[in-house]
Design a binder for this molecule. Structure first.
Ligand SMILES: Nc1ncnc2c1ncn2[C@@H]1O[C@H](COP(=O)(O)OP(=O)(O)OP(=O)(O)O)[C@@H](O)[C@H]1O
Ligand SMILES: [Mg+2]
Length: 349
């Protein structure tokens, strides 16, 4: 059964736009999904389809010009779309953590990596198990429980966390600055920061795009293990269908700010239904469908979200588009019965 039984996050008809005085760019246009406890949900789609904006909305990290114009983001009964910055700050990093798409700009170049990872513990000391605290003689041990963690304790935890993400010799490496580490090592630091407070939800936004294949698979294994160990739920954003197959139990195909198809990964790969999903498969080496099994890039390009097409957003590029596809957005329809958890938005299905 693909509909998660106990959702930790429920997104309902999310709408996000970026505004300038002259125009509105509609980045997310009615996205709904539920993330189950312990589940890894993939979001796949072309550049500009709204994957990152969806993720940033959950964390309340949209740019100043960005605004949630509709919908709900339910987390433990709370609507994050309407939460105060104070509430969001408490949740961010501690309950919902994110590995950002661009690790180079997310790490502070002027601060050692140990200090940056350690800041997570300083920001959320309550996530540390007090019994596990190292007594500090200056404060008679016990009083320390009400204070923040000691410097020594943070160092110990940072070293443990770095070794957990396979940064060898973390005791020494924690003094390194980001530029002294390779791209793969920097990405591990980002993961360590994201995992520091044992979040309930991890959002990983293209966490391996800039890395070579060997490092990529090490990072994927790391994320897999972290999820299995803590029961954390993960939203995994990627262009890469192969990674979706490897890591996710369910996936959503996003295009022009909408979810065009959604299914358990096995169903999606066995029976991709939306012409856009088929296009994605047929333009990915090794994933081609149909008898010819030839690689066919999708013609045309992603629409400009200032003036999105009025009908199905994919209609201008769709070889099967019929007149109604250009007229109105398609309804969400169940594929293989309502219990299948497989949905697509296409007039032709
Ligand atoms: N800060 C911003 N100001 C204005 N427009 C933005 C901003 N951030 C994103 N957008 C626009 O919102 C739309 C969705 O962008 P988003 O970054 O979510 O795409 P994406 O699916 O993550 O793409 P990629 O695969 O390239 O990361 C795009 O049209 C993008 O140009
Ligand atoms: Mg993105």
């Amino acid at each position: 059964m693909m509909i998660p039984k106990t959702p930790v996050l429920e997104v309902q008809d999310l709408r996000v736009s970026f505004f300038t005085p002259a125009r509105e760019l509609q980045a997310v246009r009615g996205v709904s999904f539920a993330l189950g406890a312990g589940e890894t949900l993939g979001i796949v789609g072309e550049s500009g389809s709204g994957k990152t904006v969806t993720a940033l909305s959950v964390l309340g990290l949209l740019a100043d010009t960005g605004k949630i114009t509709g919908g709900e983001l339910r987390f433990h009964g709370r609507d994050l779309a309407r939460a105060s910055q104070k509430t969001l700050r408490e949740i961010r990093g501690k309950k919902i953590a994110m590995i950002f798409q661009d690790p180079a700009s997310s790490l502070n170049p002027l601060m050692s990596i140990g200090k940056q990872v350690g800041e997570m513990f300083i920001a959320h000391p309550e996530t540390l198990d007090p019994l596990d605290r190292e007594p500090d003689s200056r404060y008679g041990g016990r009083r320390l429980l009400r204070r923040g963690p000691s410097g020594k304790e943070i160092d110990r935890r940072v070293t443990a966390l770095l070794s957990g993400v396979q940064i060898p010799d973390g005791g020494k490496r924690r003094h390194f600055y980001p530029h002294e580490l390779s791209g793969g090592m920097r990405q591990r630091v980002m993961i360590a920061m994201a995992l520091a407070c044992k979040p309930e939800i991890l959002i990983a936004d293209e966490p391996t795009t800039a890395l070579d294949l060997t490092i990529q698979s090490q990072i994927i294994r790391l994320l897999k293990d972290a999820g299995a160990e803590t029961g954390m739920s993960t939203i995994f954003i990627t262009h890469d269908l192969g990674l979706v197959a490897e890591l996710c139990s369910r996936a959503m195909v996003m295009y022009a700010g909408m979810i065009l198809e959604e299914a358990a990964v096995d169903d999606l790969f066995d029976a991709p239904s939306h012409p856009y999903t088929l296009g994605l498969f047929n333009s990915t080496p090794g994933m081609e469908t149909g008898a010819a099994r030839e690689l066919r890039p999708i013609p045309g390009s992603h629409p400009d979200m200032i003036r999105p097409p009025p009908g199905c957003p994919f209609s201008p590029r769709c070889a099967s588009a019929a007149p109604q596809c250009f007229a109105a957005p398609p309804p969400r329809r169940a594929i293989g019965g309502p219990e299948s958890g497989h949905f697509a938005r296409c007039w032709l299905l």
